[in-house]
Each structure stands twice: as structure tokens, then as C-alpha cells.
Design a protein around this ligand. Structure first.
Ligand SMILES: Nc1ncnc2c1ncn2[C@@H]1O[C@H](COP(=O)(O)OP(=O)(O)OP(=O)(O)O)[C@@H](O)[C@H]1O
Ligand SMILES: [Mg+2]
Length: 312
């Protein structure tokens, strides 16, 4: 069996009897960009802090590249590089000196060569000898990633990495993360923006009120099986159509729209069946029109399902 980049099992955090992370389990594949998506206060940072052992766990197990963080703490820490909240730098020192400083504290030996390598990797060659106070936010963010990568981890964990970046900066950052995965590095990013996750991640978990309510690939969300779209039909006799559909139990979420139109929630195959049924019974079908919903709508539909204690 190939090892997962990360395995999280039943991760739970209770603070003063309040459960802030509730039985969260997920896996990250090698070379994958995995997202933790959820609104403010959902528990994303708390999950990340537990994974990187900045805070203790109430319950649960974490394996990094096969290493159990309880039993093989040093090995598992060596496999991870993280930015939790904003990376802190000495502003009056150059980027290079900052990296050098961190290199001296790293869990694995970091050579001069490696420092040069990460600087190149994040594209800071030209600025690395300037003082950090002259850096733009995007450059600081990249220096943060360079720092997290110094000890050559196989898993990079970034909490809200695009906070404060402009669209151009976000785009560059995204391309840059993708290039890291080509070198076999797995990445976890958190965000409260679905649109961002959609562009950045291979798969993501939706976290809400401390619970993981859904794990999905972007494709699945766009093409969700359980998501049944609304389809609008225009016919010559709405009442007769209603009777027919009722008889065949196809009237879920039946709604009469303006004039000769009605809408029902049916998948693609059933749409064809409904059409056939109507036509075979002498009803004229003038138009069939799926009402498209955005990814955002589907995301909201999923998260509100979670609120009702839905699917894990
Ligand atoms: N040490 C703590 N003591 C009590 N409550 C805490 C503690 N740390 C976090 N919380 C609470 O746990 C919940 C989750 O917080 P967390 O910071 O993990 O959310 P988040 O998803 O990272 O949010 P954001 O998008 O705002 O960064 C919040 O309601 C927060 O107030
Ligand atoms: Mg957070």
C-alpha cells in the first residue's frame, strides 16, 4: 500500500466542554492539493494547528507520510512545513538572512545549497538580499513558503495563504503551488472562498461548525450525483401534465411558473422520460429548459444540508 501524504482520523478538539473540531477524518494523496473550505470560525485553523502539533488534540490520530505523530513525532514533523496565520519575519533583515536564521532552527540539516534552491523555487532570487520591509505582501508570502519548504518537507500546510493577495498575486501563487506538486510535494490550503478552492485544489473538504460535512473533488461538485437540477417545461396543458406526472410520481418539487410553464427537479435521464410521457399522452411540449445553478449554489445547498446534521 502506498503511503498517504496525510491521514487524519477522528480529529477532535474540545475547549471547556465546547467541541470546536468534531470527529474530522480525511486523507491527502501524494502530489495532491487538498483544500479545507469553510466559513469564518468553522475550525480550519484549529484542525491545522492540531496536525502540526501547535496545540494538543482531544482525540484522534494523525499520520504524515505514514508516520504517526504521537509515536514518531520527530519524523512526522520533519515531513511537514507549515504557515499558520501570517509568517513572521525580521523586517530589518534580508529575506536571505531570515531564511538562514530559520535554517539554523530546522528539524533537518539545511545546507546553503538548499536555501538557494528554495529561493529559486519561490522566485525570489532577485529580491532575497533586500530587507524584508521592502517586500510586497506577495513576496512575503513567498518567503513564508520558502521558509516552510527549507527542510524539504513532503507536505506543505498553508492556512489562508492568499489572504491579502491581489488577483494577480493569487494567480501566481496558485501556479506556483501547482509547480510544487509536480515535484511530489502535497499541499493543504485553507480558505473560506469556494471560487478560490475551485481553481486551486484537486479535492477539498467542507468544514462547518467543526464538522467535516463533505469531501469532494471540484468535478464532483460541478457534476454532483445527488444534486438534482430544476428543469422547466413549457406545455400546452399544465393541468393535464400535472395529473400525468402525479400518476407516475414524478411531481417532486412541482412548481407552476408563468403561463404554460412548470418546473420539477429531475436528472437528465428523467427529463427525457418526462418528455416522452407527456408527448405520448398528447401533450405538446414547447420547450425544456434546465435552470442552471452555480457552483456556489451547490456549495450552499451542501452546507445547509450539513447544518441539518447531514452527510459526513
Ligand atoms: N483556544 C480556544 N478557546 C476557545 N475557543 C476557541 C479556541 N480556538 C478556537 N476557538 C473557537 O473555535 C472555532 C473555530 O476557530 P478556528 O480559528 O479554527 O476557525 P477558522 O475556520 O480557522 O476561522 P477563520 O476563517 O476565521 O480563520 C471558533 O468559534 C473559535 O472561536
Ligand atoms: Mg483560520
Amino acid at each position: 500500500m502506498t503511503k498517504k501524504a496525510l491521514e487524519v482520523r477522528s480529529l477532535t478538539k474540545k475547549v471547556k466542554n465546547k467541541v470546536i473540531v468534531d470527529d474530522v477524518s480525511f486523507e491527502v494523496e501524494k502530489g495532491e492539493i487538498f483544500g479545507l473550505l469553510g466559513p469564518n470560525g468553522a475550525g480550519k485553523t484549529t484542525i491545522i494547528r492540531m496536525i502540526v502539533s501547535l496545540i494538543g488534540r482531544t482525540k484522534g490520530e494523525v499520520f504524515v507520510n505514514g508516520y504517526n505523530i504521537d509515536e514518531q513525532f520527530k519524523e512526522s514533523m520533519s515531513e511537514m512545513g507549515a504557515i499558520v496565520e501570517n509568517p513572521e519575519f525580521y523586517k530589518y533583515m534580508s529575506g536571505y538572512k531570515n531564511l538562514k536564521h530559520y535554517a539554523n532552527m530546522a528539524t533537518r540539516e539545511v545546507t546553503e545549497e538548499r536555501i538557494k534552491e528554495v529561493v529559486k523555487l519561490v522566485g525570489l532570487e532577485n529580491a532575497v538580499h533586500q530587507k524584508v520591509k521592502t517586500y510586497s505582501l506577495g513576496m512575503r508570502q513567498r518567503l513564508g513558503v520558502a521558509q516552510a519548504l527549507l527542510h524539504n518537507p513532503s507536505l506543505l500546510i498553508l492556512d489562508e495563504p492568499t489572504n491579502g493577495l491581489d488577483p494577480q498575486g493569487i494567480r501566481e501563487f496558485r501556479d506556483y503551488l501547482r509547480s510544487l506538486t509536480k515535484q511530489g510535494i502535497s499541499v493543504i490550503v485553507s480558505s473560506h472562498l469556494l471560487s478560490e478552492m475551485e481553481l486551486m485544489c484537486d479535492r477539498f473538504a467542507i468544514i462547518e461548525k467543526g464538522k467535516l460535512i463533505h469531501v469532494s473533488s471540484i468535478n464532483q461538485l460541478a457534476n454532483q450525483e445527488q444534486f438534482v437540477p430544476t428543469v422547466q417545461f413549457e406545455v400546452d396543458d399544465v393541468n393535464k401534465a400535472f395529473e400525468l406526472l402525479k400518476e407516475h410520481q414524478l411531481t417532486n418539487d412541482w412548481k407552476v411558473e408563468e403561463g404554460q410553464q412548470f418546473s420539477i427537479k429531475v436528472d437528465k435521464e428523467t427529463t427525457a422520460d418526462v418528455n416522452l410521457l407527456l408527448v405520448n399522452n398528447g401533450i405538446k411540449v414547447y420547450s425544456i429548459h434546465p435552470i442552471t445553478t452555480t457552483l456556489e449554489d451547490r456549495f450552499l445547498a451542501l452546507t445547509s444540508k450539513g447544518e441539518q446534521g447531514g452527510k459526513k
